[in-house]
Each structure stands twice: as C-alpha cells, then as structure tokens.
Design a protein around this ligand. Structure first.
Ligand SMILES: CC(C)(COP(=O)(O)OP(=O)(O)OC[C@H]1O[C@@H](n2cnc3c(N)ncnc32)[C@H](O)[C@@H]1OP(=O)(O)O)[C@@H](O)C(=O)NCCC(=O)NCCS
Length: 182
C-alpha cells in the first residue's frame, strides 16, 4: 500500500467493480473523463480482465480516505502508457464520491503519485491531459506541481461542444527542487 497523510492507495479487487460502475455513470464525474456512454458491470468486468494483462506498474489503484478507524474507497488513479526507454508515463485520477471534492484530496493523491512515479518507478517525466472546462482538476494539478506545456485545440467533443485538451507535466528535477524549497 502507498500511504499519504489522509489517504492510501491500494490494488483493485473484483469487489470494487460495482463502485467503479456507479462513479463512471455519474454525469458530473464522467464530464472530465474519456467515457461518454452508460457503462455496465459487464463492461467493467471485461475491462478488469483485460487490465490484468497490462504491466503491473500500470494497474490502477483504489484511493481510500481515512474516516475514524475506517478506510472508505472514493476513487481510483494510476499510471498508464509508460515508456520505459524515455522514462515517461501518463497519470489519471477519478474521485467518484463527490462529497469529497474540493477538500485537497485530489492534490494529495497527485503528490503521492508523483512520489511513486519518481522514487519507486524511477520515471523522469510524468504527464497528463485535462479538459479546459475542468477548472477543479486543473487547479489541483497546478497545486501538485504540474506545469502547463501545451494544448490540443478542440481535440475533444463533449455535450455538443468541441473543447481544448490541455497538456501538463512534471519533470523529476523540478519535483526534487520543489520538495527542497518546501
Ligand atoms: C479532478 C479531481 C480529482 C479533483 O479532486 P479534488 O479533491 O476536488 O481536488 P482538490 O480539492 O485537491 O483541488 C481542487 C481545487 O480546484 C478549485 N476549484 C474547484 N472548482 C473550481 C472552479 N469551478 N473554478 C476554479 N477553481 C475551482 C478548488 O477550490 C481547489 O483549489 P484550492 O484548494 O486552491 O481552493 C476530482 O474533482 C474528480 O475526480 N473529478 C471527476 C473526474 C475527473 O474530472 N478527473 C480528472 C480527469 S483529467
């Protein structure tokens, strides 16, 4: 398990899948994601079986928040598209329990993922894509140390509109410098 101050990241179990389906079917959650169609438990089970064939470093992790003595699953996150030669990888995050939004958890998850990516996986670059109309996500990535590096203009289509896809990244040296300054 990967522990932060208020959260922990753990491997996904089959029992988690129905929670994932609920989150992915919530239009507010889905607005920031690639998903655009209603999603079933069967779809999710198929995804889970396929996902097991991916490299272990790319298996998503469940985000759990500590509430008293209990750990509550609230979302998932992880690395994908890792390029081992260039030591670069992409990250993604979803907090599906909306009552936990805007309390700094997303930022904490991203900080943990950066530590994991740089110190455990030995990556040199970590990047992500985010839609221009997702200000909460953009702000949380900036707080975690991500730099704006580009924009794919009108590359996504959602809710009847073309939207820009922003590209953000952190390099290992920048991250280490920021840690020292902190
Ligand atoms: C994106 C996501 C992970 C962010 O998690 P979170 O726990 O809410 O993030 P944080 O609380 O750490 O940071 C959010 C910041 O955005 C700010 N924010 C929220 N809504 C905002 C808005 N409409 N305009 C400007 N800032 C906004 C918050 O105030 C907070 O900043 P602050 O701490 O300076 O006040 C979460 O909203 C989520 O999972 N959304 C659904 C899936 C998704 O969109 N994933 C991202 C795909 S790229």
């Amino acid at each position: 398990l990967i522990y932060g101050k208020r959260i922990r990241l753990r491997a996904i179990e089959r029992e988690d899948l129905s929670l994932f389906v609920n989150w992915l079917n919530d239009p507010d959650v889905r607005a920031g994601l690639l998903h655009f169609l209603p999603y079933s438990l069967v779809d999710e089970e198929q995804w889970f079986s396929e996902m097991q064939k991916n490299p272990v470093e790319e298996h998503p992790l469940v985000i759990e928040i500590r509430q008293g003595e209990e750990w509550i699953p609230v979302g998932d996150c992880g690395f994908f598209k890792i390029d081992w030669r260039c030591r670069a990888g992409e990250v993604g995050i979803l907090i599906g329990e909306k009552r936990f939004w805007n309390q700094g958890y997303g930022t904490e998850v991203m900080r943990l993922l950066l530590r994991h990516g740089f110190n455990t996986l030995n990556l040199n670059r970590i990047n992500l894509d985010v839609y221009e109309n997702n200000p909460g996500a953009i702000r949380s990535y900036e707080k975690a140390g991500f730099i704006h590096e580009g924009c794919r203009r009108k590359a996504m289509y959602k809710e009847g509109k073309y939207i820009d896809v922003l590209q953000m990244s952190v390099l290992k040296d920048e991250w280490k410098d920021a840690l020292q300054e902190a």
